[in-house]
Structures are given as C-alpha cells and as structure tokens.
Design a protein around this ligand. Structure first.
Ligand SMILES: *Cc1c(COP(=O)(O)O)cnc(C)c1O
Length: 383
C-alpha cells in the first residue's frame, strides 16, 4: 500500500512515510478514551524489544527524552563530563546540560561523520562518566576496541541511535550490543510514532529508573489507583511517557519495516551510482549493507552557494548539522575540532525519504551537477 501522506518528491530533504494503517490504529485508540501510558504503549515496547532482540525496552515521548532519561539512568550528573561529537543534532548536547554535566566535544572521521575509538579514547578524562556516539545517517558505530577500557574507567556508552533504527553491526542489531541505546521515532525517522523514543536499558535497575522517570516518579499500587485521593511520588521524574496515540502509530508502522529498509537501501545506492561521475562531490558513507540509511549527505565545495542554488531550483536540500561547539549555548565548552569545522562548511543533505523515486534522484543529481558548474566548482573531466 502506498502512503496517504503528502508526496513531496525532491522538494523536501525529509518527510514522514505512512503505510496506510496508521489512521485506523489512531482512531481505535481515540475511541478508548485512554491517551496516556496504556497497554498499547506497553505492547509497542514489547514489539520493539522483540524486533531488536533485547529483553526490554522503555518507551518515552521523544528521542530527546530517551537520551535524557538514559543519562539519568547511567547516573551521569553534576561534575561529570560526557564525550559527545559536536557534529550531531543539538538534542544530544542539550541533554548533557539537562543533567548538570558538561559536554566534552570531540571530532569525527570526515568520511563517516562518526566518532572513532581513538578520538573517544583521547577525550576521556578522570571526570568522564559517559560517551555518546552518534550513529550518523544510520551507520553503526561500534566502539569495540575501547569498550573494555571504557568499562574499566566506569564510563558508560550511551548510543544516540536516533538515525539508526534497524541498522546492524554484524549479526546484532543496533540496540543489542549491551550498551545503553536511545532511538527516536520522530516524524522523519526510519520508523515514526509521530513523536516518540525508546531506551534500551542495560539492566533491570536502569529499566526501572527510566520507567519511574517517565511517569513523574509516581508509583501507584492497584489499591491507590482505585482510591483517587492518593498517589505516591517516589522519586524524581518528568512527564516523559509515550502516549497510546503515538504508540499506535508505531505499532502500525513496525510490520512494514522491511519495506522501509529495502526502499532506503535502494534509494541510497541509486544516489551512490548517480553521484559517482561528479568528482568534486564526496558521498558520506553510511555503510548501506549493514545500515538502514537515514540521510544522504554529500560534501561539496562552496556549500553555501550550492545550497542556495539548489533551493532556488526547488530541491529541498538541508544541512545536518551546524556543529554544536560553535553554538552560543555551548560556547563555554568550545574547542578546536578541525575535521568538524572543515566538514561543517561542506556538508549538504540531499532529499532522502521513502516518497522519493529513482527519477527524483536523477533530477537531484543532474541539478547538483549543473549548480556546481554555475558556482564555479564544476567537476573536472577525468583524465
Ligand atoms: C532526532 C534526533 C534526536 C532527538 O530525537 P527527537 O525524537 O526529535 O527528540 C537526537 N539525536 C539525533 C541525532 C536526532 O537525529
């Protein structure tokens, strides 16, 4: 079944994709009159845990909430440092401030936009309590060579897998490596709940902590629930639950995930083929054999001009992301990050979503070739 949502083609760089059963699932939930954390939410958690091959997963209202709750569950707080790439969505850095810790921004491998074992290890100090690798574009980042050393130094790995739902390392899916992993099910992610996120905890204790946090720290017994004059606020918490309405959307999407995976891989490889002749364009490698690609990004000369010209020609290009260490909110923790600063002026996100056709991709790439010519950055003929 095709999507009932708007079909933006190449005019947008991202777009939600519906498989057709979401609206019915939502109306069914609306008719129940129960929109909070319900058994629909719990079913979504079970299905995701099953899909990932993990014993447990805890649903929350967003990827940001998942990252925040994960830091709290890993007992990261004031006085602690968290190693995080500057090249990520601002949410990854904001949650570090939310727990009162400080970000230690690290550089990336320009070919993948991901951190490497060595970059992480070099940034770890005695105050480091966590490392947050970002699985950029869907690419699995396995810090396997430093995992032991990080564990010995009491440093937790908290994966920002917002881009990487469905991606794999080797035989294991992202989320099933034993690290704390956070997914986002926001509108444009590989799987959407409208809004939503999930934490894959490492232990029962972490699972319990996230479950308490998401319901404002309120623990209610059956008897208390029946007796509305009383509830028990057991610990710190926030309104971070995933609504049954959002869970219903995710439950309707999940059975179609194989289609998302196939389509995203086909489209990404079509871009790779089409872009190959443009020799001043470097494609950011998301490792499509193992990942479910989330973004298609290139590095181009004169990016700002190329961006403006592409927009002017109706191609919905974007930039993921302006680096965090150069943002005013994080000025205190600024440091020199040469690769990040270099690629920040080169990266361009091409339209990439499941409404796209291979014809759209040819149009995007043809336009990119023309634009590179007009801005004086034409690809040189190969000699
Ligand atoms: C989307 C995203 C988040 C945040 O997820 P939300 O569901 O939007 O809160 C965090 N990190 C990255 C890399 C993201 O792309």
């Amino acid at each position: 079944m095709t999507s009932t949502a708007a079909t933006p083609g190449a005019s947008r760089n991202a777009s939600p994709y519906l498989y057709g059963e979401e609206a019915v699932a939502v109306s069914r939930v609306l008719e129940t009159g129960q929109y909070g954390h319900t058994d629909v939410t719990e079913e979504f958690e079970r299905r995701i845990a099953e899909f990932l091959g993990v014993p447990d997963a805890v649903a929350v209202m967003s990827g940001t909430a998942a990252l925040h709750a994960a830091l709290l569950a890993a007992e990261v707080g004031p006085g602690h440092e968290v190693v995080v790439p500057s090249m990520t969505f601002c949410a990854t850095a904001q949650v570090i401030l939310a727990v009162g810790a400080t970000p230690r921004f690290v550089d990336i491998d320009p070919a993948t936009l991901c951190v490497t074992d060595q970059l992480v290890l070099d940034a770890v100090t005695d105050r480091t309590r966590a490392v947050m690798p970002v699985l950029f574009g869907g690419r699995a980042v396995d810090l396997c060579r430093v995992r032991k050393e990080l564990a010995a130094r009491n440093v937790s790995i908290i994966e920002d897998a917002a881009h990487a739902f469905g991606s794999r390392y080797d035989s294991r899916r992202v989320g099933a490596t034993g690290d704390l992993t956070c997914f986002s099910f926001g509108p444009i992610k590989n799987l959407t709940c409208g809004q939503g996120g999930i934490v894959v905890p490492r232990t029962r204790t972490e699972a319990d902590t996230v479950r308490r946090i998401r319901l404002l720290g309120v623990v209610q017994s059956q008897a208390e629930r029946a007796q509305a004059t009383s509830y028990h606020v057991s610990s710190f918490g926030l309104r971070y639950q995933m609504s049954s309405i959002n869970a219903a959307i995710g439950l309707a999407q999940l059975p179609h995930f194989e289609k998302a995976k196939t389509t995203r891989r086909i489209l990404w490889r079509a871009y790779r083929r089409a872009l190959a002749p443009l020799d001043r364009v470097t494609l950011v490698d998301v490792d499509p054999d193992r990942s479910v690609p989330h973004l298609c990004q290139v590095r181009v000369p004169r990016r700002d001009k190329v961006f403006a010209q592409m927009q002017a020609r109706g191609i919905g290009v974007g930039v993921h992301y302006p680096p965090n260490h150069l943002q005013p909110a994080f000025a205190q923790w600024r440091r020199v990050l040469p690769a990040t600063e270099q690629v920040a002026g080169e990266i361009l996100t091409l339209p990439f979503h499941q409404h796209l056709t291979e014809t759209d991709i040819d149009q995007v790439v043809t336009t990119l070739g023309q634009v590179l010519q007009t801005v004086g950055a034409a690809s040189c003929a190969r000699s």
